[in-house]
Design a protein around this ligand. Structure first.
Ligand SMILES: NC(=O)c1ccc[n+]([C@@H]2O[C@H](COP(=O)([O-])OP(=O)(O)OC[C@H]3O[C@@H](n4cnc5c(N)ncnc54)[C@H](OP(=O)(O)O)[C@@H]3O)[C@@H](O)[C@H]2O)c1
Length: 341
């Protein structure tokens, strides 16, 4: 016996990836519904590569009663309207937007890091999925924190355009094509030209000069991993279609060598260490597309501080940063709380 699962935002980057991953991981499903806005009503979407086509339903007329789990990837606006309705109908919501992440009554989960926090989901019947940059970073930080206690993290991100949805990917494609044929590159989704450029600005600016994306990395790391960790981030959009990269510098309470860190990371859940210290002996975003792992390379000691390490971290933002993590949460929920059969 399986679950009745709804994917909300099924026509989007994350929603499509959710359908693929549910099928790939053979999530026990009795019935599946693809839901999006009225614009997509009737659009056909394949469930993984099973050949099974799903007709997209309009969320305005969708009744969540009798459904077990709803994976939401539709942005904060639609989530604010429909997630409470789904939750009230008894359907557990696993949400990808930022709306509920810092709500004290909503667990914010990365299954490799804080699985026990899921037990608090019943307060609202909602579980939040973290920001894509936070998810891969905390997978990398957790085993090192357990070994040597992290005091402070300095991170710079190199985030792909798929993190900004379908429109972000279209804009990089169109600008690149236009520049090649001598046309101008018009910025619509991003604030400046993204093709052949980098933009040090993701989400809105805050009063202190940081951006909301940077604030999310700070606040979400504290909620998921440890409120005592100090973190400063610079989040940058780069002209890569899929895959977020991060240069992470970590200061620890206790001594830890690069080789000790490599040994720990090699054994850690969700991590693939690729660290050969030679030409090509590291991972780049194009190589991590379609993979489940968070890849770590370039682990080295930072001699400018006591107990410091630097490393390079890459992952598929649509997978570990969103869809995979959400499906892993659904699996955890099934094992701990919604047992079937
Ligand atoms: N991309 C990432 O790396 C990433 C990572 C973590 C979290 N997230 C979050 O995941 C969510 C989806 O992101 P995405 O990248 O998949 O965006 P996207 O590609 O732009 O897709 C948006 C989806 O939401 C649906 N939608 C929009 N308005 C709706 C409404 N009023 N009612 C119902 N459905 C509506 C769209 O349906 P239509 O096609 O019908 O418009 C589409 O299916 C966002 O909250 C985002 O912040 C994304």
């Amino acid at each position: 016996m399986g679950y009745k699962v709804v994917v909300v935002g099924a026509t989007g980057n994350v929603g499509r990836e959710m359908l693929t991953i549910l099928a790939e991981r053979e999530f026990p499903i009795d019935e599946i519904a693809a839901v999006a806005s009225s614009r997509s009503h009737g659009t056909e979407i394949e469930f993984g590569d099973s050949g099974k086509m799903l007709k997209c339903k309009n969320i305005e007329h969708f009744d969540f009663t009798g459904w077990d789990i709803a994976l939401f990837a539709a942005g904060s606006g639609p989530t604010a309207e429909y997630a409470p309705k789904a939750a009230a109908a008894g359907c557990v919501v696993i949400d990808n937007s930022s709306l509920y992440r810092m709500d004290p009554d909503v667990p914010l989960i990365v299954p490799e890091v804080n699985p026990d926090a899921i037990d608090g989901y019943k307060k609202k019947n909602i579980i939040a999925n973290p920001n894509c940059s936070t998810a891969q970073m905390v997978v990398a930080l957790k085993p090192l924190h357990d070994a040597a206690t992290i005091k402070r993290v300095v991170v710079a991100t190199y985030q792909s355009v798929s993190g900004a949805g379908k429109e972000g990917m279209d804009e990089l494609f169109e600008q690149s094509r236009n520049i090649f044929v001598g046309d101008s590159a018009v910025a619509k989704k991003f604030t400046k030209q993204i093709a052949f450029n980098v933009i040090p600005h993701i989400d809105v600016f805050l009063d202190d000069g940081s951006t909301k994306e940077e604030w999310k990395m700070v606040a979400e790391t504290k909620k998921i991993l440890d409120p005592k960790i100090k973190l400063t981030a610079t989040c940058v959009r780069v002209p890569v279609f899929v895959g977020h990269s991060e240069a992470i510098n970590i200061e620890f309470e206790n001594e830890i060598s690069a080789s000790q860190a490599q040994d720990i990371l090699r054994e850690a859940p969700g991590i693939m260490l690729v660290d050969k210290r030679e030409d090509g002996g590291y991972v780049t975003p194009v190589e991590c597309v379609g993979d489940y792992a968070t890849f770590i390379s370039r682990v080295r000691e930072d001699s400018t501080i006591e107990n410091g390490l630097s490393l390079w971290c890459v992952s598929d933002n649509l997978r570990k940063g969103a869809a995979l993590n959400a499906v892993q949460i659904a699996e955890l929920l099934g094992r701990r709380h919604l047992k079937k059969g």
